[in-house]
Ligand binder design. Structure first.
Ligand SMILES: Nc1nc2c(ncn2[C@@H]2O[C@H](COP(=O)(O)OP(=O)(O)OP(=O)(O)O)[C@@H](O)[C@H]2O)c(=O)[nH]1
Ligand SMILES: [Mg+2]
Length: 191
């Protein structure tokens, strides 16, 4: 399965290029990539960049595809699925848990559903920590054409398999952690 890392955001809350921001001398996105590629069911990493940062990201040595849409996460997932089924994460998730990722991919394959997405008891989804089939791309294409860029809504309408987060190991929740502000960096520097 492809491991797709969304990396086309502007980092407005962070105030600048957060994915290449160095923590202990290494860019934030490398922490994410290394956790993702440690998952046994991930066999290829692709970075879904913007035109503006594609060149810089290429220097990390991973395959880069350019998201021409830049309409938010939906466009990133849409671009990634062009290459096949994919487990999609955000580039700002340095504490990913490979074992959890393998679990989701396994559930996805066993379910035969179009996608497999973690869901909190209150209904909140974790769409940037989820497995998607290539077939979901056609659904996204329709949504994009009609100007509906809400990924969560597209997922809900596609009858996916949901993974109830509260019934999974509590320590797996750290996998969802993402860096949005400079204050969030404290959590990685410590651990
Ligand atoms: N390919 C692609 N990636 C995106 C897009 N929008 C956001 N991302 C990425 O998705 C991930 C999660 O998004 P956010 O946490 O909102 O990051 P962001 O958009 O850079 O930051 P903010 O401007 O503060 O919201 C980040 O790794 C972003 O780089 C997009 O339109 N295309
Ligand atoms: Mg984020």
């Amino acid at each position: 399965m492809i491991g797709a890392v969304l990396a086309g955001g502007r980092g407005r809350r962070f105030g600048g290029d957060k994915l290449l921001y160095k923590i202990n001398g290494r860019p934030l996105i490398l922490y994410t990539i290394e956790r993702l590629e440690t998952a046994r069911r991930i066999d290829e990493i692709i970075l879904v960049a913007s035109k503006d940062n594609a060149e810089k990201l290429e220097r990390l040595g991973y395959r880069v595809v350019v998201d021409e849409l830049l309409i938010g996460p939906m466009g990133g997932v849409y671009t990634a699925l062009n290459l096949g089924d994919a487990f999609v994460v955000a580039g700002d998730m340095p504490l990913l848990i490979p074992e959890f990722i393998d679990y989701i991919i396994e559930e996805f394959k066993n379910s035969g559903k179009i996608a497999c997405v973690p869901r909190w008891e209150n209904g909140y989804l974790e769409p940037l920590h989820a497995a998607y089939s290539r077939a979901f791309r056609e659904i996204l294409e329709e949504k994009i054409k009609s100007g509906n860029y809400a990924l969560n809504r597209a997922i809900r309408e596609a009858n996916p398999c949901y993974l109830p987060i509260e019934s999974l190991p509590g320590e797996w929740r750290e996998s969802f952690f993402n860096v949005n502000t400079r204050e969030d960096l404290g959590r990685i520097q410590k651990g």
